[in-house]
Design a protein around this ligand. Sequence first.
Ligand SMILES: [Zn+2]
Length: 239
Amino acid sequence: MTGNLLDGWRAEEYGRSRDGIALRVFMPETHGPVGGLLIAAQHGEEAATALLARRLLERVSADETTWAVVPVANPDGLINGTRQNAAGVDLNRNFPSATWLPDHSFTYPPGIEQERRVLDNRTNLSSPGEHAGSEPETQALIALIGRLRPPLILDIHSPLELVLPCGDVPTGLVESLSRAAGLPVVEALGAPCPGAFDQWLIEAGIPGIIYEVEHAGLPALCARHLPGLETLVRSNSVI
Ligand SMILES: [Zn+2]
């Protein structure tokens, strides 16, 4: 690796954000089918997930994996420090699943203390988009998934500290990730999430794992989560 360049990874633009920023996927060296797709920073205030994905790209060279990686699914939000994209849309409420709703969605303000995460404090308002799948980031990600046809998707968020399998994900793989990082496996989140990416994945028949890290500094996040994630993306027989 030299400077900011990554060893063998090919950065491809797969679309543009609402504000016109390039959406980039890092492709492995192989031109064959991908083993999976890892996505981070769909919520822009979860910047640590983008950094974690970047550290993964630096540790795993492009010839050691068949996975593709989108380190920043929501660059507008990352730059603005917001959950939403530049149009105020929570991308994770914009997917064209049967659960999509036109109502504003409520989430916790970024960085809220753990003890204040009670329903009354869900005061961060987002638009779900003018219609299901209205946002360029959502459309581009769906098109990318249609093109790559990954057999598994790992979507990294924070700060819930859990692993949530969606659809037909091999139990052993979920347990390995859970064990490596000491994260509990849960079957569902407590609050409804209409138009969420995981719901769309289930309806599309694409196995997915929502991987939620804790609120912590980057060294702690790397120490806890990179070993399991590295093992996952280095494995060429995940499904
Ligand atoms: Zn999130």
